[in-house]
Design a protein around this ligand. Structure first.
Ligand SMILES: C[S@@+](CC[C@H](N)C(=O)[O-])C[C@H]1O[C@@H](n2cnc3c(N)ncnc32)[C@H](O)[C@@H]1O
Length: 211
């Protein structure tokens, strides 16, 4: 409930709590960026416009296992959980232990699994969670600044782990990620979101359904 304080300013506890959560989340994200600028590749989490556009083509009723690389402080996690089936699973993988600790504290949904590790090991990570494939994989990785060889290894492992008919969803400030995807994915749809800091490229790489 709102109340007016001594200087006539409306005091809304829920607004304060929300602001503290958002700025706390951005603070953790920014700290991660300062510690590992090349691995994080951005100073601000993705916008809600990017999230909406990126997730729009997903067929949620056909999705049991959704994997996210580089969740950071979880900008995409709640939107994914809101859309995911009740018996689905969201596995997020990040190399930064600061982010993984943050996510484990803030997401208590039983469908949510936060793994400290590299996206290059996605096949083992998915198996360790009792699944033999992922339906969709989402990536916010800064492909252009990852160490040599890591981007191609991640793209190859991702293609192998996705089931036929599934997709690799990628957003990045540069179009470089598309080069890694193009070696494996038969069809790549492209998009662009201007309302993001910085504006970003969106790609959906589709693995052909089996004949
Ligand atoms: C640009 S941030 C993405 C943040 C978040 N997904 C968003 O949209 O706001 C990139 C993230 O990728 C993570 N990262 C970098 N290399 C990785 C790798 N090989 N495997 C998994 N995560 C990685 C970083 O720690 C960071 O959290």
């Amino acid at each position: 409930m709102s109340s007016e304080n001594s200087v006539g300013v409306i005091d809304r506890p829920s607004f304060k709590r929300k602001a503290a959560r958002v700025f706390g989340q951005w603070g953790v994200f920014f700290r991660g960026f300062l510690e590992h600028p090349k691995m994080v590749g951005s100073i601000i989490p993705s916008s809600r416009f990017t999230i909406e556009k990126m997730l729009a083509p997903v067929k949620w009723d056909e999705c049991d296992v959704f994997v996210e690389y580089g969740p950071g402080v979880g900008t995409f996690c709640q939107p994914v959980l809101d859309r995911l089936r009740r018996d689905g699973m969201l596995i997020v993988i990040d190399t930064n232990p600061l982010y993984i600790d943050y996510l484990r504290k803030h997401f208590t949904d039983s469908r949510f699994h936060a793994v400290h590790g590299s996206a290059a090991d996605v096949e083992d990570i998915v198996k360790a969670h009792g699944a033999d494939h992922a339906d969709y994989v989402l990536s916010g990785l800064p492909f252009s600044t990852l160490p040599d060889g890591v981007g191609p290894a991640i793209a190859a492992a991702t293609y192998r782990v996705i089931r036929p008919g599934g997709a690799f969803l990628v957003y990045q400030f540069s179009a470089r990620a598309r080069d890694f995807m193009a070696k494996h994915f038969e069809r790549i749809d492209s998009g662009f979101e201007a309302l993001n800091v910085l504006p970003c490229q969106l790609f959906w790489g589709w693995k052909e359904p089996m004949a």
